[in-house]
Design a protein around this ligand. Structure first.
Ligand code: UDP
Length: 375
């Protein structure tokens, strides 16, 4: 095969985490060269994750602006990605997941006449506005992609049901498991000693993350649930790393005044957050990535969503959807914390997203795509 030059576009922490195993493999592959383009949709969190992996992207477009509306962000992404892709002489563009960077990256590549490769294709809740705007973003990317790298058989089935040709879909596993396997045993360094103390202590703790846009209005209910849990279970600690967003932080601040057992920190570095997921007795989260990672460690997840695009871990018994209602969260937590049978039924490792070879499989599928195009 004539060497192919791939543009790899990403803009947020989870996109980079999930593309990193592919970027690394491609760098060692004589059939490919890469140009990495970071849009900077998340700024601070990306800086930290780039440092963790000792990585500097070839292009950094710095589209981040505080409190930027999605429409303004999209306009900026379109113009900066468009002009960057046009000058790079690429053979294809790789995008990951379901963010504004993903969908605009795919569209900019498509308008530039380049094939689009979608990593983590075929996730669906079947609710156009939930999660918002991710469900719409991933459906739009499906319309534009030439190669769909589906993490699971279920994702493949979803794509085929939408009439994506079978020959354009490959089941690869999820590259997050590759990333996790690469880092799981690296030494961790907590910036905040209070977080380290909770993670390293033998006492049980609940790890909480809550950041999804569609949950912002329900944050007081979630805070109230944590207030109840902290009051009813004083032997448990609650570790709450929050995104840089000030409003998110403010929603939980009253808790630290009321309970010494609640530790509110800034977001954790990736190896530290993996260590926290592994050591936590229970995880309460609305994150997508957490629904994939915690099951690999056998840590039960109470997922603060009504719908999930990651049904595989629910079916494997490792994730339960609890929504954001105060009573539902308290009830689900209490059951797991007090009923050893209920806990044991969820606390087992499961690997519906693969065992760490998703990057290798993805690259084989990309090679096959190019072979077919030149045949
Ligand atoms: N993560 C992290 N530090 C944190 C919280 C999360 O490194 O304090 C990682 C987590 O392990 C996962 C990813 O960030 O790989 C998930 O990102 P996020 O929850 O922001 O987005 P989502 O997965 O919901 O798109």
């Amino acid at each position: 095969m004539v060497k192919k030059r791939l543009g790899i576009v990403y803009g947020t922490r989870p996109e980079f985490i999930k593309l990193w195993p592919i970027i690394r493999q491609l760098q060692d592959d004589p059939d490919f060269s890469t140009v990495t383009i970071c849009t900077g949709q998340h700024r601070e969190m990306l800086d930290v994750i780039h440092n963790t992996f000792g990585f500097t992207p070839d292009y950094h477009l710095s589209v981040f602006q505080k409190n930027q509306h999605l429409t303004d962000l999209s306009a900026k992404l379109f113009s900066s990605l468009g002009s960057t892709l046009r000058k790079l002489d690429l053979d294809a563009v790789v995008v990951q997941g379901d963010t504004a960077t993903t969908v605009i990256g795919a569209q900019a590549a498509f308008y530039t006449g380049l094939p689009v490769i979608h990593v983590e294709a075929g996730l669906r809740t079947d609710k156009l506005r939930n999660p918002f705007p991710e469900e719409a973003n991933r459906r739009l990317v499906t319309q534009l992609a030439d190669l769909h790298l589906a993490p699971t058989q279920l994702a493949r089935t979803r794509l085929l049901a939408e009439k994506v040709p079978e020959s354009r879909v490959a089941v690869t596993g999820n590259t997050v498991i590759d990333a996790l396997s690469m880092l799981e045993n690296t030494p961790v360094h907590f910036e905040d000693p209070r977080a380290e103390e909770v993670v390293e202590s033998a006492s049980p703790f609940l790890l909480v993350t809550c950041h999804r846009r569609e949950n912002w209005a329900q944050l007081p209910q979630v805070a109230q649930a944590l207030d109840h849990i902290a009051a009813e279970f004083p032997e448990w600690r609650i570790l709450l790393p929050v995104h840089g967003n000030e409003d998110l932080r403010r929603s939980f601040e009253a808790l630290i005044d009321r309970h010494k057992t609640v530790v509110l920190t800034g977001f954790l570095g990736y190896p530290e957050f993996l260590a926290a997921q592994k050591a936590a007795r229970i995880v309460l989260s609305d994150s997508g990535g957490v629904q994939e990672e915690s099951p690999a460690f056998g840590t039960p997840v109470l997922c603060m969503r009504k719908f999930t695009e990651r049904q595989e871990a629910v079916d494997a018994g490792c994730v339960t959807l609890v929504g954001t209602d105060t009573d539902a969260i308290v009830e689900a937590f209490t059951r797991l914390a007090t009923d050893p049978g209920a806990y044991a039924s969820m606390a087992h490792a499961a690997h519906p997203y693969g065992t760490g070879d998703a990057a290798v499989r993805s690259i084989e599928a990309i090679r096959t795509m190019f072979d077919k195009r030149t045949a």
